[in-house]
Each structure stands twice: as structure tokens, then as C-alpha cells.
Design a protein around this ligand. Structure first.
Ligand code: IPM
Ligand code: MG
Length: 349
């Protein structure tokens, strides 16, 4: 089995370096390759995602990305920006289902900006559609109008099969959890929302009627997430709403620095794993970033792509042990640096 590391930009290289240390300890037989990605790839190769890197990604057992983007590349043309490389990687790998767990580790319940009694024991899985919707819809662009104004266009578009395949992932996951799916859209104003609701309802009736299905407008879901987040088990939603709701859910758990994600496609194809924190240019290069989201992303890779669920459990347990023993990076109110936090995890392994 092989793992392709794409450190990327900002704190990406720092946190993926710790993943490498953990992997070398936990899975010594795993072949690890590394390629520049995002802004780093643009600087080195003139493109945020080279053809060679994409081919290698598709041929790997799993791909683990650090983070992309930063002010340095904000002025580059859109198709050459680091974020464009990430979208091209997701599309190229066809990883249509993005799993974003929001899990509140007991040791961190007080790190949340919400009251302990609201977030304690929180365990939500957001399933975000990742290769469609307004992120990829055509037409898009900014055009000049005759009267001197400009006009910007994005297109939100979904087909039945795009909705069905990601919904299947959500229903399957729910069966192994608390058996509830909350599907979020804006069917009150959007055509794609209406189709989304129809398709999810029909699939549920056909194949998943044992799972409890609830529909919720996405704005209400945003509110319910801070009001009573523990009502949720699996949240199923589109690309854009999933982007927003997953940042919100992450903050419930105390720190964006804690949360991993997995993007998966058709059975047997490699998954793409990424911490959901961004490149955090403000703290990049200082050795203070929390490596746990990246390390937990590696645990997800072990579970979903590398056929090693027992190692995934061990690694997750080691992270919990490190936290219970008091290991804290700055974002969690502590003083440990990136490497020292990873040391705490390695010690607990
Ligand atoms: C995310 C990020 C990305 C997204 C950006 C970096 C393109 O916000 O993974 O949530 O919008 O999908
Ligand atoms: Mg986001």
C-alpha cells in the first residue's frame, strides 16, 4: 500500500511532517511519496496540480493533503490559484463524498465556545457532496456589460445520480451509527434544493427505509447546530452548504485544529484525506500548529483506504490518551508545539 503526501502551503508542511513520523512508527511497510501541491507547486512547477501528481494520486492507496492557499497567491489567475488545484484534485480523483466528523473529545469539552452541557459527547458526521454543485457548475465567470457594469455568474447544478451516490454514503454511514440522516438544502427557494429533497426521499423509500430521515432547510440547520447540536447524527448536504456547516460544526468541538476529513469515491478508488483547518498563514513556519487534525486524517485513511481499521482505532485512542494526559497546543489553550504534540501521541501509541 502507498500513501501520497501533499504538504501544500502554510502550516501544511508542518502538520504532514508529523503524519509522516506517526506513519513510520505505526505502518512501517507503507510506501510514502511526497509531491508539491497548491501554492508550493505553483511556485515550483507553474501549476497548483501537475499532471504527474494527479496520476500518482490516482494510483496511490490514499492521498493525504496538508493545506493549500495563502496571501502570496491571492493575485494569481483563478485557475492557477492553490484552491483551484484542490478542486482539480477532488474532481480528478472523483471523490464525491466528503466525510467531516465533528467529534467532541471529552478532554476538550471546555475548549468550545459553547457551554460544556451543549457540546459534551457531540458526535456528528457531515457528509458533504464534493465534486458538484456551485463549485463546479457552468456557466461561471465575470463579464463586462455594455453599460460599464460587470456581471458575475455561478451555477448551482445537480443531477439525480450525483445526489444519489452521496446520499447512499450518508445512509450507509448512519446504519453504523445512530441511524439518523438529516438532509439539508434550500428547497424553499432553490430548484436544486427541491430536486435534492425529492431524490433523497425516493432513495430512502427504495433502499434505506430502516434509517430515520429528516429534511431541514440549511439555514435552520446552521441555527440548530449551535442550539442543540446533539440532535444530529449524519448531516447530508451539498458542496456549498457542507463547506459552511462543517466549519460551524468544527468550532463546536473546540478547535478547527482537531478535525480530520475523508473524501471518498467509488469503491476501491483511493480516498483524499485532509485536515479541515486551512493553511493558517498567520502561524505558518512557527512550529505551533496543532497536528492532530492531520494525524486524525491519517487515521481516517487507515480506516477507509488502507484496510487497517484496527490501526485507525489505535491511533485515535492514542490521540485521546494524549489529550487526557493534558497535551495541548496553543489553539487548545496550551503551550506545546507541533512536534511536541505529535511526540505526545507517539508516546501514547
Ligand atoms: C474546505 C475549504 C475548501 C473548500 C477551499 C480551500 C477550496 O474551505 O475544504 O472546506 O471550499 O472546499
Ligand atoms: Mg471550508
Amino acid at each position: 500500500m502507498s500513501l501520497l503526501l501533499l504538504p501544500g502551503d502554510g502550516i501544511g508542511p508542518e502538520v504532514t511532517a508529523e503524519v509522516r513520523r506517526v506513519a513510520e512508527r505505526l505502518t512501517p511497510d507503507l510506501v510514502i511519496e511526497e509531491r508539491p501541491f497548491g501554492g508550493a507547486s505553483f511556485d515550483a512547477l507553474g501549476t497548483p496540480l501537475s499532471d504527474e501528481t494527479l496520476s500518482l494520486a490516482k494510483a496511490s492507496g490514499a492521498v493525504l493533503m496538508g493545506a493549500v492557499g495563502g496571501p502570496k497567491w491571492a493575485g494569481a489567475p483563478r485557475h492557477l490559484r492553490p484552491e483551484a488545484g484542490l478542486l482539480a484534485l477532488r474532481a480528478g480523483m472523483a471523490v464525491f463524498a466528503n466525510l467531516r466528523p465533528a467529534l467532541c473529545f471529552p478532554a476538550l469539552a471546555d475548549a468550545s465556545t459553547l457551554k460544556r452541557e451543549v457540546v459534551e459527547g457531540l458526535d456528528i458526521m457531515i457528509v458533504r457532496e464534493l465534486t458538484g454543485g456551485v463549485y463546479f457548475g457552468q456557466p461561471r465567470g465575470i463579464e463586462a456589460l455594455a453599460d460599464g457594469q460587470k456581471r458575475g455568474v455561478d451555477t448551482q447544478v445537480y443531477t439525480t445520480s450525483e445526489i444519489e451516490r452521496v446520499s447512499r454514503v450518508a445512509f450507509d454511514l448512519a446504519r453504523g451509527r445512530r441511524n439518523k440522516v438529516t438532509s439539508c438544502e434550500k428547497s424553499n427557494v432553490m430548484e436544486t434544493g427541491l430536486l435534492w429533497r425529492e431524490v433523497v426521499t425516493a432513495l430512502h423509500a427504495r433502499q434505506f427505509s430502516d434509517v430515520r430521515l429528516e429534511h431541514m432547510l440549511a439555514d435552520n440547520a446552521a441555527m440548530q447546530l449551535v442550539k442543540n447540536p446533539r440532535q444530529f447524527d449524519v448531516i447530508l448536504t451539498d458542496n456549498l452548504f457542507g463547506d459552511l456547516l462543517s466549519d460551524e460544526a468544527a468550532q463546536l468541538t473546540g478547535s478547527l485544529g482537531m478535525l480530520p476529513s475523508a473524501a471518498i469515491g467509488a469503491a476501491g478508488s483511493p480516498g483524499l484525506y485532509e485536515p479541515i483547518h486551512g493553511s493558517a498563514p498567520d502561524i505558518a513556519g512557527q512550529g505551533v500548529a496543532n497536528p492532530l487534525a492531520a494525524i486524525l486524517s491519517f487515521a481516517m485513511a487507515l480506516r477507509w483506504s488502507l484496510a487497517a481499521p484496527e490501526l485507525a482505532d489505535r491511533l485515535t485512542a492514542a490521540v485521546e490518551t494524549a489529550l487526557t494526559r493534558g497535551a495541548r497546543t496553543r489553539d487548545l489553550g496550551g503551550t506545546l508545539g507541533t512536534a511536541a504534540m505529535a511526540d505526545a501521541v507517539l508516546a501514547a501509541l
